[in-house]
Design a protein around this ligand. Structure first.
Ligand code: GAR
Length: 280
């Protein structure tokens, strides 16, 4: 089980953004139309110039900035008053995101990251979110943040990634797809675990890459699929239709929506229809 089902009529979703926030906008639009079964209760960003914050403001959604850039440089460091003690050595043993050979340097990096996350948790928790959705949030997530939300065996953090994971994790999914000459690109929505883009996959969609495509045309095609697939995953979660099977060596999700094959087909058809739009 994901552990977030059936709490309230609508899921309370907090969205994290670092940039333009077109995925955020797609979620806001669907939520306003009543097409998401979820309410976006807060938006937060690691940077004050993220356009996603403007989108949140326009929609009347509370929005917050935690200045990761300055915290990671060592400014304004200090545990937040409410946060309990942090065992950095234990967190370091669990983390799979910081690949820094020197232990002292790695622990200091982790300490700063945890400090930023404590501030982020502080602003998010005021809104009592059921679910945290990363939507172009370009920061590493440490086990501190993950454990805070994935407590009680629940999976409460989602990410959307612009590649068919496990191919091309990281920050350049479209660039990697294009530069490798892939014939198919993909989108993945997954739960966040302690690795980088390694958590259990909830949904994937593919799109064709045509010989005359550019990086920008595939990004446009992929993004329009991102908007559909992210919204659908949130609907499934709100309906209690996502379960996590932890009996296999790697946790796997099971979707219990009888319309699942039709939904998958509709995403593929949409990705092909995009070609005719391009020619217009
Ligand atoms: C999206 O393509 C999203 O999948 C990607 O950032 C973009 C954000 O666009 N996320 C990642 O690459 C995460 N590793 P948006 O700000 O317009 O929603």
């Amino acid at each position: 089980m994901t552990g977030i089902e059936g709490k309230s009529p609508k899921l309370r979703v907090a969205v994290l953004v670092s940039g333009g926030g077109t995925n955020l906008q797609a979620l806001i639009d669907r939520s306003v139309k009543g097409d998401l079964n979820a309410e976006i209760v807060a938006v937060a960003s690691d940077r004050g110039d993220a356009y996603g914050l403007v989108r949140a403001a326009r929609a009347g959604i509370p929005h917050h900035v935690v200045d990761y850039g300055s915290i990671l440089k060592g400014h304004g460091i200090g545990a937040s008053a409410e946060a309990g003690p942090v065992d950095l050595v234990e967190l370091d043993a669990a983390q799979k995101i910081l690949r820094i050979a020197d232990t002292a340097t790695r622990l200091e990096r982790l300490r700063r990251l945890v400090c930023a996350e404590q501030q982020l948790i502080g602003v998010l928790d005021r809104h009592e979110p059921d679910l945290i959705c990363l939507a172009g949030f370009m920061r590493l997530i440490s086990p501190y943040f993950i454990r805070h939300y994935n407590r009680d065996n629940a999976w409460r953090i989602l990410n959307i990634h612009p590649a068919l994971l496990p191919a091309f994790p990281g920050q350049h999914g479209y660039e990697d797809t294009f530069s490798h000459g892939c014939r198919w690109g993909g989108i993945t929505v997954h739960f966040v675990d302690e690795g980088e883009d390694t958590g259990p996959v909830i949904a994937q969609a593919v799109y064709p890459v045509w010989p005359d495509d550019s990086l920008e045309t595939i990004r446009r095609r992929g993004l329009s699929l991102e908007y559909e697939i992210y919204a659908q995953c949130i609907r499934w979660l709100a309906a209690g239709q996502v379960h996590v099977d932890t009996t296999s060596p790697r946790p796997k999700t099971i979707i219990t929506d009888s319309n699942y094959p039709d939904i998958l087909e509709s995403w593929t058809i949409k990705a092909f229809q995009d070609r005719s739009r391009k020619a217009e």
